[in-house]
Design a binder for this molecule. Structure first.
Ligand code: GCB
Length: 606
């Protein structure tokens, strides 16, 4: 890894790479672009609320008899009280909640099993890749545990070379979505706890020694130099040799000579057309080593702050955004495929956006790659949401791991400009230490992007509000969540609010909004009507226009989304109704107000 690389690098190099390094996890970059066998499709499933397949009647973990053994009767007298082969089927990827009515509100363990054939080759390595499993996953190959993973929104992998055989194999996954106080997020959120294998699964077939990780991006703020870094993993990383990196359209064909640790890098002079939302230019990049050819499409752009300005490619930019949950616009439940991503982002574009806040956890890779393609800047965040256990070191470690996984996974995406550490956390000392440390970690992993957090901890003044949370000191960009007209104050009062800030930093109003049932009309003072929501938008936009440090907005939210916190009959029915679109994508009145505001903003920026 580059962390190891650092220790031998010269002082100059250390200074140069002080923070663009340190991948703390083993992770095959751009996994689905590698040679692979997809395990998407029908799996067998056993619902196991008592974890009977994991614990025996003394509540000790099974060693020989758990469901992970995928045992089958051999003689008529055998006693085996489960059978994957004859069990119900479940689709992967996909949350379980929207596939079976009895699982709609389920929180607990479901076992997944699938047979797969493999022509195992002696000179290959096999890695099982999961896009995400919510929340905890234990993975077994042919009855043997190969690893476990915690965290519902990040990708993970295990090397299974020693556990697979030529011919038929079995994979079993124990997925458990119980909420616990010491998790990231904790028990209390405002979204549906969709369980299961929610993103793609594949077995990667790689050369014995392979390029595990690569980073291809501009050299910091220098838009005329591209840095490519690679790191090997596998059987013999010490073998040395070289990796070829090509960007044909830029006439780049470089050979990276590897050091004894299987790492190396080059800097190539280039003059790429810079990626912007208006012209999201991506370049074909190939990385060749040991018979493998990895293809990627990468954009190049710079992002920085200067006082209250956010500079994209050196030019001040206003981020016309919208918040989005990872819920499908086309089918029930979690979004995961290309059509989901294209539709959500097309809606954002139709709204007039150049920016999206992917709330409140890292979204699937299809979404982020689509943002690269379609030209939408991205805020990406980890689910340090509301009130996690900030005092607990083990909880911090979980947050840091998710942060590391997010950055490792998405660092080659030009669209992502902001890493968000948290959302609406209470202001106290342990939280300040926790999130400041996360921000430092994020910078050490990636010093080419900006750090932010969404905060609802502003102070009051005679004329309005003041941004004075000490956490801002650790941020590049301030995220402000503020619900004037919904959780406090009348809609009409919002336009008079004046914002001050103790900090000379750009502000993004990362949330405001109001609930409305699409099609419900009435007076603008009547809750849940489209008119009420529109009024909240009207007066909040008036407020925004007076915020001098404002450099972006991501109202809450593009589309209605499921939440167990929202039971009001005939209005909510378990849906958070703050969408500008109904769950079917029908526009509410407020849509047009935000759209008009963004048109005006766009014009004034041209
Ligand atoms: C917030 C949260 C968001 C909620 C929203 C609401 O401040 O950040 O996750 O869904 O408010 O609707 O209350």
């Amino acid at each position: 890894s580059f962390k190891r690389f650092l220790s031998t690098a010269s002082l100059v190099c250390t200074a140069l790479f002080a923070s663009a390094n340190g991948f703390a996890i083993d992770y095959v970059q751009n996994a689905l672009a590698r040679e692979n066998i997809s395990l998407n499709g029908q799996w067998n499933r056993i619902i196991d609320p008592y974890e009977n397949g994991y614990y025996n009647h003394r509540y000790q973990p099974h060693t020989t008899e758990g469901y992970f053994k995928n045992a089958k009767m051999k003689t008529p007298s055998d006693l085996i009280e489960y059978n994957f082969a004859t069990a119900e089927k479940i689709r992967v990827p996909g949350d379980w909640n929207t596939q079976e009515e009895q699982l709609f509100l389920y929180e607990g363990t479901v076992w997944y099993q699938k047979d797969f054939a493999l022509t195992k080759q002696a000179d290959k390595r096999y890695i099982v890749h999961f896009g995400a499993v919510n929340y905890q996953a234990m993975v077994y190959i042919n009855g043997v545990k190969v690893g476990s993973h915690e965290g519902g929104f990040t990708s993970f992998q295990f090397d299974i070379t020693d556990y697979v055989k030529r011919g038929e194999n079995s994979i079993v996954v124990k997925a458990d979505n119980r909420r616990e106080r010491n998790q990231i997020p904790t028990v209390n959120t405002d979204w549906w706890n969709y369980g299961g294998i929610t993103r793609s699964v594949a077995i990667l077939e790689l050369p014995a020694t392979y390029v595990e990780d690569y980073t291809v991006q501009l050299s910091g703020s220098d838009a005329t130099a591209i840095v490519a870094k690679v790191a090997l993993a596998g059987s013999n990383v010490k073998q040395g040799g070289s990796v070829k990196v090509s960007i044909p359209e830029l006439n780049i064909q470089e050979v990276i000579t590897l050091n004894k640790k299987g790492e190396g890098q080059i800097t190539a002079k280039a003059n790429p057309q810079l990626w912007t939302p208006e012209a999201p230019k991506l370049y074909d990049v190939t990385i060749a080593f040991n018979g493998e050819l990895i293809r990627d499409r990468i954009g190049f752009r710079t992002i920085a702050v200067d006082g209250e300005d956010i500079l994209l490619n050196g030019k001040s930019v206003f981020l016309r955004g919208i918040s989005i949950h990872e819920e499908s616009p086309l089918h029930d439940g979690r979004a995961w495929n290309e059509d989901d991503a294209r539709t959500l982002l097309r809606w954002a574009k139709e709204l007039g956006c150049n920016f999206v806040r992917l709330a409140h956890y890292p979204h699937n890779e299809t979404m982020v790659k689509m943002a690269d393609e379609m030209g939408l800047l991205v805020w990406s965040e980890i689910p340090v949401y509301w009130t996690v256990m900030f005092e607990d070191k083990a909880v911090y470690a979980k947050a840091e791991k998710q942060l590391t996984e997010m950055i490792t996974h998405d660092k080659n995406r030009a669209s992502i400009i902001l890493w968000s550490m948290a959302n609406e956390t209470p202001s106290h000392k342990a939280r300040l230490t926790f999130i400041t440390k996360l921000a430092k970690k994020a910078r050490s992993l990636d010093d080419t992007r900006l750090i932010t957090a969404a905060m609802d901890t502003q102070g009051n003044t005679a004329n309005g509000k003041i941004i004075d949370d000490p956490l801002v000191a650790a941020m590049d960009v301030i995220g402000v969540n503020s619900y004037c007209g919904w959780y406090g104050g009348t809609p009409e009062s919002c336009g008079n609010i004046l914002w001050e800030s103790k900090y000379n930093k750009p502000v993004i109003v990362s949330e405001f909004g109001a609930g409305a049932l699409q099609g419900l009309h009435g007076d603008k003072d009547e809750r849940w009507t489209e008119e009420y929501q529109a009024s909240v938008y009207e007066h909040n936009i008036a407020m925004l226009e007076k915020m001098t440090a404002l450099r972006g907005v991501t109202p809450w939210i593009l589309k209605d989304f499921r939440s167990p916190r929202r039971p009001l009959p005939d209005i909510q029915d378990f849906w958070n109704r703050k969408g500008l679109l109904s769950e079917q994508g029908i526009r509410k009145k407020a849509w047009y107000l935000l759209n008009a505001y963004y048109s005006k903003k766009e014009e004034s920026s041209n």
